[in-house]
Each structure stands twice: as C-alpha cells, then as structure tokens.
Design a protein around this ligand. Structure first.
Ligand code: ADQ
Length: 477
C-alpha cells in the first residue's frame, strides 16, 4: 500500500492520543498502518523559517513548520479566517477581504508546498484538509508533483451566488480541480460545488460526480465525516466523579439538564440558542428551577475581530437571563468558557437529558454525533439539531429545528424535555445505528479508497519549467 501524506493546518500531537479528538486518532491510525507523513503548521510564529520540526514516531514522520508574524496575520487570521471561514458559512457581512490577505494565503501555500516537496516519494498518496490549504495541490503541481492528491473540505461549500461575491473565486475553484478527489460533507455542499463548476466554469459534471479536466478525471463527492462512536460511548460509560456528584444533585432536586458544547464561534448560533432557552423559560414557568442549560464554549481565534464581539454578547445574555430567572439555589444558564477534557465531556453528555446543537451553518458538527454516542441506551437523552448543520442530513430522527426561530427551538426543547421513554429510545436507537454505520473509519476508508483508485497522472515529482507553472511564484507577483 502506498504511503499516506496528510497535510492539514495543524499537525496532531501523535505522542498524546488521549488529548486528541477521534478524527485525529483515526487519521493517525491510517498513517501508522500505511506509514507516511503528517505535515502542517506548528502553531507558532517565528522569523526563522529555516527548519521545520521533524519527529519520527515509528513509521510516521510529523513535520511542523512555523509561520512568520506577517504570514499569521495575512494567511491565517486574514484570508483563512476573515474571508473563507465567514464566506463559506454564508456570512458575507463578516467577510473582510484585503488583497494582502489573498497574497499571504497564496504565499504560505506555496512555501508550505516547497517545504514538503523534498520529503515526498513518487508513489505517495497525499490528502490535504480544509479551507486553509485549497491551493496546496496547485502549488505542488506547479513544482512538478504528479502524485494522487485528495482534498476534504470540513466546512460547508456555499452556493455559487455567495461565492462569486469575493474576488479570486474562479482561481479558488480552479485550484480545487488540481486534486484527484474533492470531498465534501453533505450532498448540498457537493451540489453547490457542482453548480459552480457548471455555471461559472462551464465544466460538465457527470452523474457519477466526475469532471473531465483536460483528460484527467476529478471526482467530486460527498463523504460525511463521523466519529469513533464505539470509543466515545465507552468513554461516556466511565464515571467522572465530579459529573456524577453534580448529576446526583440534579436528580435529587428533580432537575433536567440541556447541554451545548461548541467552540465560541459565530457560526454556532450561541446567542440565538440563549434566546430560545429564555423563550422556553418565559413560556413554561413550571420549568423554573426544573431545567438548566450548561453551555461549554471554549475560546478560539481571538485575534479575529468578530470573536471578542460574540464573546461579549454571550456573556451579556447569560448575565441577563440569570439575572431575570435565577434563584438562590438555581442558576438557569451555566456558561463555561474553557476547554474540557474529552472524558469529562462524554460524561456530561450522558448526564444531560437534551443535547442542543443549533449552529446557523456547520459543515457537519461532531458534537451532535458525540451526544448520541454518549447516551445510555436504556434511558437516552434527546438531540435537538439545527437544520443547517451538515449532520441534519443524516440524523433525521433528531428533533430538527430552525435555529433562527426562537419559538420553534423553544417548542422542540419542551417536546424533548417531556418526551416519553419509548419515543426517546426509538429515536436514539435509529440515530445510534447511523453514527455507528457512518463512523470515522468508514469516512476515512471511503475517502482513501476513492483516492487510491484515482489515476496517478505520472507518478513522478519533477521540477517543471517556470512557464508551465499554474501559479506565479510569490516573488514573481
Ligand atoms: P468544528 O467547527 O470545531 O469542526 P465540531 O464538528 O463540532 O466543530 O467539532 C468540535 C470538536 O471539538 C468536537 O469533537 C467537540 O467535542 C470538541 N469540543 C468542542 N468544545 C469543546 C470543549 N469545550 N472542550 C473540549 N472539546 C471540545 C469543523 C467543522 C465542523 C466539522 C468538523 C469535522 O466546522 O462542521 O464537523 O470540522 O469535519
């Protein structure tokens, strides 16, 4: 089997599996089985770009390179997180497009491709992840690489009308055509990309998702990502003493818990979620002191201006709801702005009667799947899930809501809190079957099988003349 090379924004710490999410563990397992490389940014900034950090762990080599401060600002904070992230999450109002951001994005992709080049073998299979690295294959191809290269987009792919609102959209999508397989989370994401290819680039996409690009075939397909459901369920079964104590207290007081777990991101619909919870309490006074919302939302990307804004908004709303409803021994909203160890998260999911997952837009949303996996099958909780999460395409036995409609979410929350055991069990059994079937392994093997099948155009990595290059080198622009 050919070696696997994974390229992603950050390189997982393969020496401490317990801290990583299921996805990183799944990818690491695939790397161990095939041998290969995990390459990406080391998370630091430095003016000395000379040598990336190389770590050999059995048959796997991790290579992590720093960014300069300018690269960090233009590539990571700028184009990736102030242009592509909001744009791909349908938030044109938050897009902050600047030419230097785009230049930084291209420059870093080119430099990272050059750094990886000397490590590549002619028959490697390369798998690039996510929106930070869309032009990565084009950069490798410009350096002469003809290996099989696949791309998986973890976030949504927007409709063509939205995408065309940003400059460079044609180059961005054309860069996708340098891959052999382009994977998306849902059929609507795949349909959006196919529609763009047809309408904007005049490319015909076959029923089988294949696009002919100058005699080369590019496969555009849906590969819904999953979790290691069995391992997560096992983790949830192990008691975590402080969670057990809290659960006991809630039980004695006859209280139910709704849980939300999200990075503190505007795409996750957190203010809308708090409004819906407030609506639930105002419509059902009998729920006062009988239900609380535990919202865990660790900080992310605080260098992007939209993030401190949402943090302030959330803190203000939490204070206002608690000020309005709280009692001496009841806090309606418990808000934790920190990361929580995965084992503890799993126990908290199991101890919560409702999982509230209401993003305004989400590629998939693994929290929804983790909540289902963590439940006690004999007394399962109910998942309330946004229609705009990619997971809604699969998890149709959840209570599906419109996160913008506080009344709808409040009604479904009430339904979840009062749902009889047999209905909860039926819904949970169906959801559980789905997440076990489409788990992390199925996703990974499904994608790699398609990539392994792709024709390597010419399994060599040779420098090609400058005139043939698809992208002008940074120094030439
Ligand atoms: P994210 O936007 O990060 O991922 P999600 O899919 O929910 O969203 O994954 C978050 C992960 O972080 C989950 O495993 C969750 O348990 C964990 N997590 C969240 N809050 C935590 C906390 N406080 N402490 C510890 N762990 C926490 C992107 C896309 C998604 C897509 C995934 C995978 O935005 O749509 O599902 O990639 O493709």
């Amino acid at each position: 089997m050919n070696r696997l090379v994974i390229v992603s924004n950050r390189v997982a710490d393969l020496r401490s599996n317990s801290q990583s999410g299921g996805l990183a563990v799944g990818l690491a397992d695939a790397l161990r089985a095939r041998g290969g490389i995990w390459f990406g940014w080391d998370g630091t900034t430095s003016d000395d770009l000379a040598a990336p950090t190389v770590d050999d762990i059995g048959p796997v080599r991790t290579i992590a390179a720093p960014l300069t401060e300018t690269d960090y600002n233009e590539y990571y904070v700028g184009f990736a997180n102030s242009v592509l992230w909001p744009l791909f999450h349908y938030r044109l109002d938050l897009v902050d497009y600047r030419t230097e951001f785009h230049d930084g994005y291209m420059r870093v992709n080119e430099r990272l491709a050059e750094t990886l080049l000397s490590e590549l073998r002619a028959d490697d299979v390369i798998w690039v992840h996510d929106y930070h690295l869309i032009p990565f294959a084009a950069c490798l191809r410009a350096l002469g690489c003809r290996q099989r290269i696949g791309f998986f987009l973890h976030i949504p792919f927007p409709p063509p009308d939205l995408l065309t609102a940003t400059p460079n959209h044609v180059a961005l999508v054309e860069a996708l055509l340098e891959y052999d397989v382009v994977g998306l989370q849902t059929s609507s994401d795949a349909a959006n990309l196919k529609r763009y290819l047809a309408e904007q680039l005049g490319r015909e996409v076959g029923e089988d998702g294949r696009v002919d690009v100058g005699g080369r075939s590019v496969l555009v397909g849906r590969f819904p990502i999953g979790i290691d459901a069995a391992a997560f369920a096992e983790m949830a079964r192990l008691p975590s003493s402080d969670v057990e104590l809290d659960t006991l207290r809630q039980r004695i007081l006859g209280r139910k818990q709704i849980i939300g777990v999200d990075r503190l991101d505007y795409s996750k619909g957190l203010p809308e979620r708090l409004s819906a919870f407030e609506r639930l309490l105002s419509r059902h006074p009998e729920l006062e002191r009988a239900v609380s919302l535990l919202q865990i939302a660790p900080p992310t990307r605080e260098d992007v201006s939209a993030y401190p804004t949402i943090r302030k908004e959330l803190e203000g709303m939490t204070g206002s709801i608690n000020g309005r409803f709280a009692d001496i021994n009841w806090t309606p909203v418990r808000y934790i702005h920190r990361a929580v160890p995965r084992e503890r998260l799993a126990s908290l999911f199991r101890a919560s009667q409702v999982g509230l997952v209401t993003p305004l837009r989400d590629g998939m949303n693994l929290v929804a799947k983790e909540y289902v996996a963590a439940q006690d099958p004999d007394d399962p909780g109910v998942l309330v899930l946004s229609q705009f999460a990619g997971a809604a395409e699969e998890l149709e036995e959840a209570l599906i809501v419109n996160p913008y409609d506080a009344d709808d979410v409040a009604d479904r929350l009430y339904e979840a809190l009062t749902m009889p055991l047999d209905e909860r069990s039926d819904r949970h059994a169906a959801l559980h079957r789905r997440i076990l079937h489409q788990d992390a392994r199925a996703w990974l093997e499904g994608f790699l099988a398609r990539l392994d099948e792709a024709d390597a155009a010419e399994a060599v990595c040779r420098p090609i003349p400058r005139t043939e290059r698809l992208l002008p080198r940074a120094a030439e622009r």
